[in-house]
Design a protein around this ligand. Structure first.
Ligand SMILES: *Cc1c(COP(=O)(O)O)cnc(C)c1O
Length: 459
């Protein structure tokens, strides 16, 4: 074991031929499988045929497969990955020094591509399967814009049409994100819009609404199912997305193994759960098979606390209630979080896979407040140089807290966290923080009860 300082480089890179060629499906090693997604009409598990109206066939197979541990990554996707992967695994020597901690901190940096986040890992996979099926295009929603950007890049590469429903407040607040998507050839519609039935219905009921992710999902699904040759794709939450994102964890593990390093804890932010599910995948696999043990921590915003204050129940994934029901930790599909600045963490629910793992106490969750997150982001930017996305900064905050605990106890723990993206499009949020104008709204129990009241009665 090389434990001496400086024997570990600042960045551990993999050679091109060391990039994993298979994705890993954690569900195969789970004793308690995630609960099946249900048809909202019949309350029966969704069949492949039903899902095939909305999603690409190959992705439906991946979505429903709880038993196959490894899926080959098609060569075309491997080739695309090589344009921006392997992503660096960084030893945060500068941050360790600034914190004066004996802890060893590593982060996997996924912001090294134009979309600025990990979302490209699944975008290229989903676009590839759509193309292979001979489709004309795909529809999707985007909140903060990272997913829409990633998907536009992937669709441009493969020559597919890309229609993005962008939550109206982001569409107006983030014109630059919108223009990146349009530059890659996507059409971007502010949601709710009057181009769909569900959009018109929501507009009639809530005139002046600035939209939500759940509402944009409903519109994108309707757009996919009413146009010939189109399917809907989703950037998080689904089990297929966690499968594609396992590339993050597999690369991390391969890099750490080169130096005989084993993390004591793995920390990631959780919006819909895809980056965290991807980062922990091979480590959780070892834990599930009883080979090794790790502390795994999901970090969510105190303003949208699905794990820490949500209910484990069947719920809708969208506001229009057209999507299947998923059993997950949820705040209720009617819950609209206060407008915090981590757009990617504002979904009311959570991946069914992570929900089951959390329910089985195989992982922990914690929530953090916005101002503290930006304090950590600023400290990180000033020491490690990277301007982090607000979403990623939730993980930074908890990694720093854990490193400071090590300072008190003198323990040399190894901390690994996921740095999911960069914050160049979040400078309005940084401006608020720098001006001392950021608030820390936390929903009251009464606010949450309103969301829970709308949960469907299933069991
Ligand atoms: C979308 C996003 C997230 C949250 O989504 P998950 O599916 O929970 O990973 C986190 N960080 C960034 C930068 C994102 O774009």
């Amino acid at each position: 074991m090389m434990t001496e300082k400086n024997t570990i480089p600042y960045k551990i890179y993999l050679e091109e031929h060391e990039i994993p060629t298979q994705w890993y499906n954690m569900r195969a090693d789970m004793k308690n499988k995630p609960a099946p997604i249900l048809n909202p009409g019949t309350l029966q598990p969704m069949t492949a045929e039903e899902l095939g109206h909305v999603f690409c066939d190959e992705l439906v197979k991946q979505e429903l497969d709880d038993t196959t541990p490894y899926f080959d990554i098609p060569q075309e996707i491997q080739d695309f990955y090589k344009m921006y992967r392997p992503s660096p695994l960084v030893r945060a020597y500068c941050l360790e020094k600034a914190l004066d901690t004996p802890a060893k901190i590593y982060y996997k940096f996924e912001g090294n591509n134009t979309s600025g986040s990990h979302k490209l890992n699944s975008a290229i996979a989903q676009a590839y399967y759509a193309k292979k099926q001979g489709l004309k295009g795909v529809t999707t929603e985007t909140g903060a814009g990272q997913w829409g950007t990633a998907l536009s890049m992937a669709c441009a590469y493969l020559g597919l049409d890309c229609q993005v429903y962008m939550v109206k407040c982001s569409y107006e607040q983030k014109p630059f994100r919108r223009e990146v998507m349009r530059t890659y050839g996507a059409s971007v519609t502010p949601s709710p819009s009057n181009t769909t039935n569900v959009g018109r219905k929501i507009l009639a009921e809530f005139p002046g609404t600035t939209g939500s992710l759940g509402c944009a999902i409903s519109e994108a699904v309707e757009a996919a199912t009413t146009q010939e040759g189109y399917r809907y794709v989703l950037g998080s939450v689904l089990s297929q997305v966690l499968l594609h994102q396992s590339i993050i964890g597999l690369e991390t593990k391969a890099a750490l193994d080169k130096y005989g390093i084993q993390p004591d804890m793995i920390i990631g932010c959780a919006g819909g759960g895809s980056n965290l599910g991807g980062l922990i995948a091979p480590f959780m696999g070892e834990k599930l098979r009883g080979e090794k043990d790790y502390r795994i921590i999901a970090v969510e915003p105190a303003s949208c606390p699905s794990f820490t204050r949500g209910k484990y129940a069947y719920d809708f994934c969208d506001t229009g209630m057209v999507c299947p029901l998923a059993k997950m930790y949820t705040l209720g599909s009617g819950f609209i979080p206060s407008p915090n600045h981590a757009g990617g963490l504002r979904f009311h629910g959570m991946s069914t896979v992570l929900s089951q793992l959390y329910h089985d106490k195989l992982m922990e969750a914690t929530s953090v407040e916005q101002t503290a997150v930006f304090e950590a982001a600023t400290k990180f930017a000033r020491t490690e140089g990277i301007l982090p996305a607000p979403e990623s900064s939730h993980a930074i905050k908890v990694a720093m807290d854990e490193a400071l605990k090590c300072k008190e106890t003198g323990e040399e723990k190894t901390i690994l966290f996921g740095l999911t993206g960069t914050g160049y499009f979040d400078l309005v949020a940084y401006e608020k923080f720098n001006n001392g104008e950021m608030d820390d709204y936390i929903p009251t129990d009464a606010d949450l009860e309103k969301g829970f009241a709308g949960l469907p009665k299933v069991e």
